[in-house]
Design a protein around this ligand. Structure first.
Ligand code: FAD
Ligand code: MLT
Ligand code: ZN
Length: 576
């Protein structure tokens, strides 16, 4: 063990400080990196090269309303765009059809939106639309002709009121880093991006309560808080691009959930605009409030299907001075699991993250993610752990961590390891873990499964899939071990229905067999509405549909996402 360690203060990316009420700068660099480079995408059941799709999107894009050709002369939504296939579904699955209840966009609509938002808030430019139509993986591609960027809650309300009355479907969008196709339109839905609503409204140092607009970028909020002695209760690899409204709407988990719990506990209040434009002010800052039903909870994790989150009130924990990060190597999965049990017992309250990756993930990230290096170049073990402690007493934390590592070594649970001795080293350990997602999309066509599983079964599915698929794909396993959350990623040279048929429904069936969840933290999005039945009984899905009908009677908010269509539900309930 290279037992080199030193207390590493403030080692997470430090950035600009934002004053109360100030606008947070969106980082164009992080947006660019969130875009990635040219890849193959799928459209309407057949794979088309990215360049062709660009042309398609360009052809469909509206010209600027001030330019020569009006929308009315450009025809209706092309009939080839009336049907789309769900990704990751087995061959033979029914296609998703454009819901005929929804109106097609007209010139008059654009004129109206310009009246609400001014020219700057209305984008019909094909390049900007291309970013907003394409998800982070470049796997899901919508065909929206209009991107709206409101600056105030009132504007969101007026937009939704108009869309509700005119039956225009809407896709709420944050940083567009979602991994299940939820953040981009399926057909021609209007994109409502919250990025322009990025003000911090208040911060109370005594209670740690932050109130901000939904478009604030997670990393900017974290930087703002750090300079005031606090941190955000969540942290994820997409922090440079994702927005707090998107985090709330996906109930994002990430790297700190083990320590600070989920957003269901940390979000104190929300302001939400309902589908008909009603502004629901639930923006409380109280820790305790048992007056009636806790309505805000229904929007946390609703993936933009029940309302548009415009403001968030969130409890932020204090920033602790002593942070230590260890990168450890284990021979097998059982050793990882035992090390976790040992860590909980020995590190107790200072344990703040317990992440794992297999050797395949490590090799992938070293090959495809620029600037990563192997923290343990001499060890060739099958599993790696990133363990972080945060506490307030440097010598106490150091002693605890050393005792834990010593005991884990003596019990032969860990074979090798290194403890970061400075901020740079700690960052480089985290970069390996956080860089896996980006490495996968550079490596090929990726199928992502985000599963909650009992800890003892967590890795079985990875081994099963490796055997099942043999050489046809690279199978990797990593994730938030401390939360029982496996990320099973299957990477192939191209998207392929035959491959999907070998993966699904097997992965979902195995997950259901051990009472796991088919979506631990990413949500269902467009990828897996039908898979909901593997984790929730039909009666529960029915209640969800009741909520949806009540909150959004015309179904305009993020259609085709999260809940299966009526037709699919009845086929499933009849056992077809
Ligand atoms: P988007 O992707 O834009 O949208 C996500 C969903 O929320 C969509 O359904 C959208 O319609 C809806 N939505 C967005 N904003 C609003 C709003 N204001 N009101 C209503 N609905 C809205 N996720 C995790 O849980 N844990 C991780 O560790 C994690 N790591 C990631 C690492 C990388 C590199 C990447 C690319 C993604 C990662 N994700 C992770 C997934 C993703 O970042 C999160 O789901 C994130 O919370 C999405 O935020 P966003 O602002 O990008 O939302
Ligand atoms: C992660 O934990 O790295 C994220 O959830 C992204 C992913 O699953 O790849
Ligand atoms: Zn994750």
């Amino acid at each position: 063990m290279k037992s080199v360690w030193r207390n590493s203060r403030n080692w997470r990316r430090l950035g600009g400080v934002v004053n109360r009420g100030e606008t947070i700068e969106q980082s164009p660099a992080s947006k660019a990196s969130a875009l990635g480079s040219s890849r193959t995408i799928k459209d309407g059941g057949s794979w088309v090269p990215w360049t062709e799709s660009k042309a398609l999107s360009r052809a469909l894009s509206l010209l600027d309303a001030r330019s020569v050709v009006p929308l009315s002369d450009r025809g209706h939504v092309s009939s080839s765009l009336q049907h789309r296939r769900g990704y990751g579904s087995a061959p033979g699955d029914s296609q998703v059809c454009r819901d005929k209840r929804f109106a097609e966009l007209k010139d008059a609509d654009i004129v109206h939106f310009r009246q609400i938002l001014g020219d700057k808030g209305v984008t019909v430019d094909s390049d900007d639309l291309e970013w907003a139509n394409t998800d982070w993986m470049h796997k899901y591609h919508g065909h929206s002709q209009l991107l709206l960027r409101p600056q105030t809650t009132q504007q969101v309300s007026e937009i939704l009121q108009y869309c509700h009355a005119g039956r225009l479907a809407v896709t709420p969008q944050g940083g567009n880093t979602g991994l299940v196709g939820g953040s981009v339109p399926v057909f021609d839905e209007v994109i409502l991006n919250l990025g322009g609503m990025n003000k911090i409204l208040s911060f109370d140092e005594a209670s740690g309560t932050l109130v901000c607009e939904a478009g604030c970028i997670l990393e900017s909020l974290d930087n703002y808080l750090k300079s005031r002695g606090h941190i955000m209760p969540l942290d994820l690899g997409a922090k440079g691009s994702c927005q707090i409204g998107g985090n709330v709407s996906t109930n994002a988990g990430g790297l700190r959930l083990l320590r600070y719990g989920s957003l269901h506990g940390n979000v104190l209040g929300l302001e939400v605009v309902l589908a008909d434009g009603t502004i629901l002010d639930l923006l409380g800052t109280l820790r305790k409030d048992n007056t009636g039903y806790d309505l805000k909870q229904i929007f946390i994790g609703a993936e933009g299907t029940l309302g548009v989150v415009t403001k968030v009130s969130i409890l932020t924990p204090p920033k602790l001075a002593s942070v230590n990060v260890a990168f450890l190597a284990c021979e097998d999965y059982v050793s990882c699991q035992k090390t976790f049990t040992e860590a909980k017992q020995q590190l107790g309250e200072i344990l703040s993250a317990f992440e794992f990756l297999d050797r395949h993930s490590l090799e992938l990230v070293l090959k495809h993610h620029d600037g990563t290096r192997d923290p343990l170049p001499d060890s060739k073990e099958s599993f790696y752990l990133v363990v972080e402690t945060t506490g307030s007493n440097e010598s106490h934390d150091k002693e605890k961590l050393e005792e834990f590592l010593q005991s884990a070594m003596e019990k032969e649970l860990i074979k090798d390891g290194a403890v970061a001795q400075d901020i740079t080293q700690a960052d480089s350990f985290w970069k390996v873990r956080e860089g896996i997602a980006e490495a996968t999309i550079k490596a090929g066509a990726v199928y992502k499964y985000d599963l909650s599983l009992p800890l003892k079964d967590l890795y079985n599915l990875v081994e099963d899939m490796r055997e099942r698929l043999s050489d046809s794909a690279t199978v990797i396993g990593y994730g938030h071990m401390g939360d029982g959350n496996l990320h099973l990623n299957i990477i192939a040279p191209k998207y392929d229905d035959k491959l999907v048929a070998q993966i699904e429904p097997y992965v979902y069936e195995q997950t259901a067999a051990v009472k796991g969840s088919v979506s631990a933290e990413h949500g269902l999005g467009f990828m897996k509405p039908k898979a909901i039945y593997y984790s929730k009984p039909p009666a529960a899905v029915q209640v969800m549909k009741g909520f949806k009908d009540l909150m959004d009677p015309h179904g305009i908010l993020n259609p085709y996402k999260v809940l299966p269509s009526l037709r699919e539900s009845s086929a499933i309930s009849q056992g077809l």
